[in-house]
Write a protein that binds this ligand. Structure first.
Ligand code: HEC
Ligand code: HEC
Length: 358
């Protein structure tokens, strides 16, 4: 039988040790991986936040009718993208107009979505949660109430966010904390470029790397830095993927005497097929230079995230290389860096091997 005072002391010692362990584990995880920047600690959150976020990410009950989770479009084994469809399939089988991007390294992406319309990972979650064709929640409050009334979630939120519980903000922060763990770094390419281990890439992959940074000109958009390789310039460009398929979708109508307005053909019942017309960044910025421009993807994990491009129109990495080799898609506003490359078959194969190595 130990003295109560001694027991109390022991408890204090255990608590202090636990706190030190937890802090050390957190610090350990925040150490940047070779080739990547550090994850901002605000986003990385605590272990409790990450665990909660993981559970939310995989939970189908977050959708209006309990059928769809984030993970059903961002599938772990498919680089957190989805292979089976070019355009994502959402609520009740509705087709979205874009391809689900991989979520690897997404915590470092400055402009989220293919058109870069969102800049805050924690706020982003409300996009799919509320979109009628994605998870279909008609409003925010009822979803938060559902989580609050679920005893397990209530407790998990209180533990992860003491004093805050389930709110619009904590839900987003938990999922973002989980997404911040989806990292590819400290990989073969990083050891080869930043760790001085030449043999980490095969001779063919090195050949592909050479083409990526010289003849192919890929690196000017898919950036590789001195110490960090995010493979994106955090911007958007017109590579001509979208243009070829598009026809004019608006027409001028007289809304009231003397008041003219360009409206979508679909709005006046003339063209239902073009409702999902996509002009990329222009929809956000209204800057004509941004027509058909999409954010530069980060390429890591690309081997498993097919199909490619914002509309999933290219099935394989070999098709992507062919696409760039012929100078992208025909388009009057093409980025000047997209031009015929004249790669040999051997060079194309090497470039594909390099992309697969990421
Ligand atoms: C129905 C399929 C679907 C569901 C469900 C879904 N997403 Fe997505 N996600 C997409 C598509 C498609 C895009 C691209 C949309 C666009 O660019 O307009 C996207 C984009 C994103 C992006 C931006 C990635 C980038 O590279 O810019 C993030 C982050 C993301 N989703 C996270 C989530 C989270 C978190 C959930 C759950 C709350 C979720 N998604 C649910 C299909 C889905
Ligand atoms: C002018 C900037 C630019 C250049 C140069 C460029 N890319 Fe891209 N790349 C992009 C953009 C923007 C996209 C997304 C296009 C879309 O979504 O429609 C993209 C998409 C891709 C994708 C598909 C990724 C995915 O997840 O869908 C791959 C792979 C790729 N590029 C590889 C390359 C290679 C290889 C080269 C060199 C031959 C290259 N890129 C040159 C800007 C560029």
């Amino acid at each position: 039988m130990s003295h109560p005072m001694l027991r109390a002391l022991k408890c204090v010692a255990v608590t202090i040790a636990l706190v030190i362990c937890v802090t050390a584990a957190d610090a350990e995880e925040r150490k940047p991986l070779l080739g990547l920047p550090a994850v901002p600690s605000m986003t990385a959150g605590s272990e409790a936040m990450r665990k909660l976020g993981e559970r939310l990410f995989f939970d189908r009950s977050l959708s209006a009718n309990g059928t769809l989770s984030c993970a059903m479009c961002h599938i772990p084994a498919q680089a957190y993208a989805s292979n089976q469809s070019a355009l994502s399939i959402g609520m009740e089988g509705r087709s979205l107009r874009r391809n689900a991007p991989s979520l690897y390294n997404v915590v470092f992406k400055k402009f989220l979505f293919h058109d870069g319309r969102e800049t805050d990972l924690a706020a982003q979650v409300w996009g799919p949660l509320l979109a009628a064709d994605e998870m279909g929640n008609p409003a925010i409050g009822p979803l938060l109430d559902r989580l609050r009334n679920d005893p397990a979630y209530g407790a998990a939120f209180s533990a992860a966010f003491p004093g805050e519980g389930v709110t619009m903000i904590t839900l987003g922060r938990a999922i973002a904390a989980f997404e911040a763990t989806l990292l590819i770094g400290d990989d073969r390419i990083d050891h080869a470029l930043f760790g001085g281990e030449k043999s980490a890439l095969t001779p063919q992959e090195w050949r592909g790397y050479d083409i990526f940074v010289t003849k192919g000109g890929c690196v000017s958009c898919h950036v590789i830095g001195d110490k960090i390789a995010l493979f994106t310039d955090q911007s958007w460009h017109n590579t001509g993927v979208a243009f070829a398929k598009r026809n004019p979708v608006t027409t001028r109508v007289e809304l009231a005497p003397g008041v003219f307005q360009d409206v979508q053909l679909s709005a006046i019942g003339l063209d239902k097929a073009e409702v999902r017309h996509d002009v990329g960044r222009f929809e956000i910025s209204r800057n004509p230079d941004d027509r058909w421009a999409y954010t530069t993807p980060m390429l890591r994990g690309a081997k498993n995230s097919w199909p490619y491009m914002h509309d999933g129109s290219l099935r394989t990495l070999a098709e992507v290389v062919e696409f760039y080799d012929r100078g992208g898609g025909a388009n009057p506003a093409l980025d000047p860096r997209i031009r015929r490359l004249g790669l040999t078959e051997e060079e194309k194969a090497a470039l594909v091997a390099f992309l697969e190595s990421l």
